[in-house]
Design a protein around this ligand. Structure first.
Ligand SMILES: NC(=O)c1ccc[n+]([C@@H]2O[C@H](COP(=O)([O-])OP(=O)(O)OC[C@H]3O[C@@H](n4cnc5c(N)ncnc54)[C@H](O)[C@@H]3O)[C@@H](O)[C@H]2O)c1
Length: 498
């Protein structure tokens, strides 16, 4: 017993020393302006210490505007001025004008403050902008008066893409969707393509343009890319009836659960799932007339193996697929199927089931898992499938202990998100006039280098697992045995009604 304790103490000391030396070795970025952060929830709070680690002299140069008091203490301990302030479509300009000046940096770490409006504002003020998810003002995801399609991420992202064209490619840099996923996973895909190319014994490549990356994915025979995430974080007090539990924003997660399931449909597919609708003919983007919360799909991560998660709509399923698409004479000739399969922490999964079962009436108690987490990890990566070795996973395994060594009040999920956010912030400062961009436009090697110390262990692993494993044994299903990675095998049976 005593030896176990001594070994644990030595292990922890080595780990702590490694973390400290990692922090000491970071070359700090200079930045002349101030930072204004909207929102200070689980992500904003975890981001603040990283800003100080990566940017010189930011004490006294950060202002936090937040609709709730919850992040005040942490913001002030991180040398920020904290203003309790609720931004609305009618008030945000007046409020922001009190705190910003030309050359500042606006971080949108809120749930429910419009990315579009803040980006326009930053454009006018010549300010930089980063968010980790494209946010609309409230009243979209839970508005039954809207057409289903208008509640999709495809529709919201499309407005952003139009705005990007309108503002021009040399406007002040505004990076959307740069957390973990969306965000870092786009760089995981590029790193995984390079690794596969190398491991297959092909001549070395260093793609730069979108077309070169798409050609590499096609040449490697990647038919399917899953963003696969399994969160196993848990605390001693399990979920009770009437509680919604999650490891990050509960409001943000409920929005996602209530959106229609969406994914990108690739050229290896033949049959559209029942209830599937193309957003636009020939776009290769699909939404289902059913919520992500109860649209289940199969995926795989190294420590869990095969699992069933929810097919949650996320922007990276469009941006990655679009980036890797090849068109010939205006027709798509190569496009991977891309989807996000998410198994949140077990209590969040139960919360989602209860929420839908309760007719989408929110549980009276919302409980975010923070310092009470006693075990678990977030395993988040990309599974590239369909090639000569079946499937290859590349991603981050971060456990709660390691996350707390970096930021004591963070958890594994929030740490992975802020790893992406800080990489985007540094890239924006170094590249201030790149316009409104998605993660694929950033330098993947640089982003991974900045994010790596916060991602725990980065794992590369092949697997023989396919979504056919264990299928059709107890219940007959319409499966495509010849093409294991086709969508009719990945989906759960009820999509097709068979
Ligand atoms: N890309 C990723 O990997 C990833 C993962 C998790 C979260 N996110 C995103 O990060 C963002 C923050 O998530 P979180 O978990 O910190 O959320 P949270 O719910 O913990 O915090 C949200 C914050 O926004 C503030 N806020 C809400 N409405 C506001 C308003 N009108 N005016 C001012 N402040 C307002 C709240 O007061 C709170 O401080 C969200 O956009 C979320 O979708 C991205």
């Amino acid at each position: 017993m005593i030896w176990t304790i001594i070994i644990l103490l030595i292990y922890n000391k080595i780990h702590n020393e490694r973390t400290k030396s990692m922090v000491r070795s970071i070359k700090k970025q200079s930045f002349e302006g101030n930072i204004i952060m909207v929102g200070c929830g689980s992500i904003g709070q975890a981001l603040l210490p990283l800003i100080h680690r990566h940017i010189e002299n930011m004490h006294g140069c950060i202002t936090v505007l937040s609709a709730s008091e919850s992040g005040r203490g942490i913001a002030e301990r991180n040398g920020a001025q904290f203003i309790h302030s609720i931004l609305t479509p009618g008030s945000y300009r007046n409020i922001l004008n009190q705190y910003v000046r030309k050359g500042d940096f606006l971080l949108n770490m809120s749930v429910g403050v419009s990315s579009m409006d803040l980006i326009r504002f930053c454009y006018e003020k010549k300010m930089l902008y980063v968010d980790t998810s494209i946010e609309p003002w409230p009243g979209v995801f839970d508005n039954p008066m809207l057409e289903l399609q208008d509640r999709t991420n495809y529709a919201i992202r499309n407005k952003l893409l139009k705005l990007a064209t309108e503002l021009g490619s040399d406007s002040p840099t505004a990076i959307v969707d740069h957390g973990a996923n969306p965000g870092i996973v786009s760089h995981f895909v590029k790193q995984a393509l390079i690794s596969l190319n190398h491991q297959f014994g092909n001549p070395p490549v260093s793609p730069e343009s979108r077309e070169e990356w798409a050609t590499l994915a096609k040449d490697l025979n990647i038919s399917t890319i899953q963003i696969s995430e399994r969160d196993t974080q848990a605390c001693q007090r399990p979920k009770r009836q009437g509680e919604f539990i999650n490891t990050w924003s509960i409001e943000g997660f409920i929005d996602e659960l209530m959106q229609p399931a969406e994914f990108s449909f690739g050229t290896s597919e033949e049959i559209l799932p029942k209830g599937a609708h193309e957003h636009q003919e020939g776009s290769g983007t699909i939404f289902l007339k059913r919520p992500g919360a109860s649209t289940f799909a199969r995926s795989w991560t190294p420590s869990t193996g095969g699992f069933q998660g929810m097919l949650i709509s996320h922007d990276e399923v469009f941006s990655i697929a679009d980036y890797l698409t090849i068109r010939t004479n205006n027709k798509i000739t190569y496009r991977p199927t891309v989807m996000f399969v998410y198994h949140p922490c077990d209590d969040a999964m139960l919360s989602a089931l209860e929420l839908e079962g309760n007719g989408w009436v929110r549980q009276p108690k919302l409980r975010k898992l923070e310092s009470d987490i006693t075990e678990g990890r977030d395993e988040l990566g990309v599974l590239l499938a369909g090639h000569q070795r079946n499937a290859f996973w590349f991603g981050s395994q971060l456990n709660i202990e390691k996350a707390r060594q970096i930021v004591p009040y963070a958890n594994a999920t929030t740490m992975q998100v802020v790893a992406g956010a800080i990489a985007a912030i540094i890239w924006a400062i170094q590249n201030p006039t790149k316009g409104l961009v998605e993660p694929e436009a950033l330098d993947y090697k640089q982003c991974l280098t900045i994010a790596k110390p916060y991602l725990g262990t980065l794992i590369e692993e092949y697997t023989d697992w396919t979504p056919l494993e264990g299928r059709g044994k107890y219940f007959a299903e319409k499966l495509d045995e010849q093409n294991p990675w086709r969508i009719q095998n990945i989906r759960s049976r009820q999509w097709f009604g068979d």
